[in-house]
Design a protein around this ligand. Structure first.
Ligand code: IMP
Length: 417
């Protein structure tokens, strides 16, 4: 009963989609266990770019099934758009997308509330994706949320939504002149609900059927460890647990059923939205990484902040998730740099006890490589300086590298044996 997990080890956008796409070739089921349409996985097959927000990257393999697990918050309107896009690309999704009937549903009210809360935070805004994620998880733990299965009783779901709307109106969060616009949104929402309801499944039964049949499941993490609601850079985090521990509750399995956890790290660090980022580069190297790595959010198109690899946070992520191996992505973006730095320590303490806003990183400096990486078959074929850089990361984090991504295409992955 193999279940492999793919977990982001930084602030999201590590390139998990590409790793899931690569490993998804062997998987019978790819399952998401947390988050929602705040994620954005960009996958290139040849020149064709596909951005997925909710449907796991495994959908691009014709025989792989995909599950949106109970731990997710599903945006029906966005999901229908994604399904439509995939169908337009000629991808046969028939019978391959399954939605947990226990997953909570993001309504247009959640998106309004997300935008409202962000604007009322002023300079302390978190920089959310405004996809309604926080408000939907808030409703879930406040025990007034709506799960996909609850929509089978339409009139009850309608009255709960009407009650929520009237509360938002009373609080002045929704003005009366917004009613018409909202009515149009609600109409689209209900159409989307009708479209996706037939995809609803008993996900616990589904997952365990795959496990019992010994078929490979990939659990696809979204966001990254440093955005975890418990362990991340709180309050500048997302509203779910992004670490491997949440696979159990997000899919309905026991801890012993997870057979392997792979951590994905970008060869440098990026972050979208607000919050501390000790190794951030506000100089021309940062601009270089942003331009060369095309560091713009797949969901919001916001420019990503860029910085050096942070091995202090990297080690922390490895501890929290118990990585068996790691994948390093976007190594090629560092081609051509004279020197490359890695943060190995903070002056004055360690995360999470230190206030990261005050953390002063201490770096080691390694030589760069001034050549293209090409398409090496073996680790030893990489430039010496690149090998040294990767081995240093491995040592600092304490976990072996299993995969290296050297470019945006599916085939540009090096397996390290
Ligand atoms: P939310 O998840 O939309 O509530 O946003 C909370 C924080 O997480 C913000 O800083 C977002 O930019 C960040 N975030 C959410 N999803 C992702 C992601 O998939 N990649 C990177 N950052 C994300």
């Amino acid at each position: 009963m193999p279940l492999r997990a793919i977990i982001g080890a930084q602030w999201g956008d590590e390139g998990k989609g590409k790793i899931v796409d690569y490993l998804g070739q062997e998987a019978a089921l790819v399952a998401r266990f947390q988050g929602g349409a705040n994620a954005g996985h960009t996958i290139y097959i040849g020149e064709e770019q596909t951005i997925l927000h909710q449907i796991p990257a495994g959908i691009l393999h014709p025989d792989t099934h995909c599950l949106l697990g109970n731990g997710m918050v599903i945006d029906p309107v966005g999901l229908v758009q994604e399904i439509t896009l995939l169908m337009q690309r000629g991808i046969d999704i028939q019978g391959r997308i399954h939605l947990s009937s226990l997953a909570h549903i993001v309504s247009p009210l959640h998106k309004i509330l997300d935008a409202y809360q962000e604007s009322s935070r002023g300079p302390l805004a978190i920089g959310t994706t405004k996809r309604g994620i926080g408000p939907c998880y808030t409703d879930k733990v406040s025990r007034r949320g709506l799960r996909l299965g609850d929509f089978f009783n339409r009139s009850q779901a309608e009255s709960i939504l009407a009650e929520q709307l009237s509360q938002l109106e009373q609080q002045g969060i929704i003005a009366s002149d917004q009613r018409e616009e909202l009515a149009a949104e609600m109409e689209k929402f209900w159409q989307a609900i009708a479209f996706i309801l037939p995809f609803a499944v008993n996900s616990v039964e589904l997952v365990h059927a795959y496990l019992q049949a010994g078929k490979l499941i990939l659990a696809e993490g979204a966001q990254g460890t440093l955005l975890d609601i418990d362990f991340g850079t709180y309050p500048y985090v997302t509203a779910s647990n992004t670490v491997a521990g949440n696979i159990c509750t997000g899919l309905g399995i026991g801890p012993r059923q997870i057979s392997e956890v792979i951590g994905v790290y970008k060869a440098y660090t990026t972050r979208v939205g607000s919050g501390p980022f000790p190794t951030e580069l506000r100089d021309k190297v940062g601009t270089y990484l942003q331009a060369t790595g095309v560091e713009f959010g797949a969901t919001t198109r916001r420019p990503r902040r860029c910085g050096w690899f942070d091995a202090v946070l990297g080690r922390y992520a490895a501890l929290l998730n118990g990585f068996d191996s790691i994948a390093i992505t976007k190594l090629d973006v560092l081609n051509g740099l004279d020197k490359i730095k890695i943060c190995v320590k903070y002056r004055g303490g360690d995360f999470p006890t230190i206030d990261l806003n005050l953390a002063e990183p201490e770096y080691i400096e390694l030589p760069g490589w001034q050549q293209d990486l090409g398409q090496p078959q073996h680790f030893r074929d990489l430039p010496r300086a690149a090998q040294h850089y990767l081995r240093t990361i491995e040592e600092l984090i304490g976990v072996k590298i299993g995969l290296i991504s050297l470019g945006r295409e599916r085939k540009q992955i090096l397996v390290v044996d």
